[in-house]
Design a protein around this ligand. Structure first.
Ligand code: C5P
Length: 206
């Protein structure tokens, strides 16, 4: 069984994908981490994330980088969304994601283009998880505060809006629901409610 979970930043897609993986006993891949690793590698190597050639060079990151706590920062998220514009970078990460999805027994993947580009035909269930920009910004802000990061709600809102715009407007694999995706709006939902709704949507799709 292959489950595709797409959606914008801080929509709850990661939490939902992890919960689905646990519920169905499937391996899970957070594909955003791959783009974050490319963005982080560009930063470490002093490469220009906006240059297609330099961003592509950053795709040769070592897998150990995937464990770097810096990958989770909003700065790295911004770099990830800049390198992810380049078709060469998306191609370089394509096979790895597809192979993970098509492994024996199935998998859960979350990202921006899993249902539209990585496994458009093969996914058994596609979810597009979303929430209002205000709800996503306040969730991310709370998370940052809990982790002791010094920031403001305004700053987070601006970063989220910039990232949404870049992800939705890029030419290659823009963020948008697949025509056959179930759209799950988590704006007014608690975590448990969102997870239960996601499981119901998957059950209906099977
Ligand atoms: O999901 P996450 O916030 O970790 O993703 C970071 C960035 O990586 C996104 O803003 C997006 O630009 C890019 N990304 C992508 N395709 C994916 C996953 C992430 O373009 N499948």
């Amino acid at each position: 069984m292959i489950i595709a979970v797409d959606g914008p930043t801080a929509s709850g897609k990661g939490t939902i994908a992890r919960a689905l993986a646990e519920h169905y006993g499937l391996p899970h891949l957070d594909t955003g981490l791959l783009y974050r690793a490319v963005g982080r590698q560009a930063f470490i190597s002093d490469f220009d994330p906006d240059s297609p050639v330099e961003a592509l060079c950053a795709c040769g990151f070592h897998d150990k980088l995937l464990e770097d706590p810096e990958l989770r920062s909003e700065e790295t998220g911004g770099l990830a969304s800049r390198v992810s514009i380049h078709p060469g970078v998306r191609q370089a990460l394509f096979e790895r994601q597809r192979a993970f999805a098509l492994q024996d027994g199935g998998a859960v993947l979350d990202g921006r283009d899993i249902g539209t580009v990585i496994v458009p035909e093969e996914a058994d269930a596609k979810l597009f998880v979303t929430a209002s920009a205000a709800a996503r910004a306040s969730r991310r802000f709370r998370e940052m505060q809990e982790n002791g990061v010094d920031t403001t709600l305004e700053e987070i809102t601006e970063q989220i809006e910039a990232r949404d715009k870049r992800d939705q407007e890029r030419e290659d694999s823009p963020l948008k629901p697949a025509p056959d995706a179930y759209v799950l709006d988590t704006t007014l939902m608690k975590k448990e409610e969102a997870i239960a709704a996601a499981i119901r949507a998957v059950e209906r799709a099977l």
